[in-house]
Design a protein. Structure first.
Length: 108
């Protein structure tokens, strides 16, 4: 006799280990700034980087980087920053097939 509960017998196989519904943004990181930032003054940074941002996108990226199968559902813009986000997610194996693409939106 099987030890399975009645609910486990009728469960379809899951396509993903995780499905994340969330936001996609870009984080602008500035390097070489003082810890205390004075108000109303121009500041010069030593360097900068654009990174994948948004808690949903970061979570999906990191889960996939750890070897999990991840599906991600999010609005995605067709701008340069949106392409950067898509490239970062796809590079780690995140499935973006359920993302909603907006032709006239902008990535925040």
């Amino acid at each position: 006799m099987s030890e399975a509960t009645p609910f486990q017998e009728n469960v379809a196989p899951r396509p993903f280990d995780f499905t994340i519904v969330g936001d996609t943004n870009v984080d602008l990181l500035l390097y070489g700034l003082a810890e205390e930032l004075p108000l109303e003054q121009e500041l010069l940074a030593d360097g900068m980087a654009l990174q994948l941002g948004g808690s949903g996108a970061i979570t999906a990226h990191n889960l996939a980087a750890l070897g999990n199968s991840v599906g991600f559902v999010s609005p995605m813009a067709h701008d340069e920053l949106g392409r950067l986000c898509r490239q970062e997610l796809v590079a780690t194996g995140v499935d973006l097939s359920r993302c909603v693409h907006h032709a006239h939106a902008h990535t925040g």
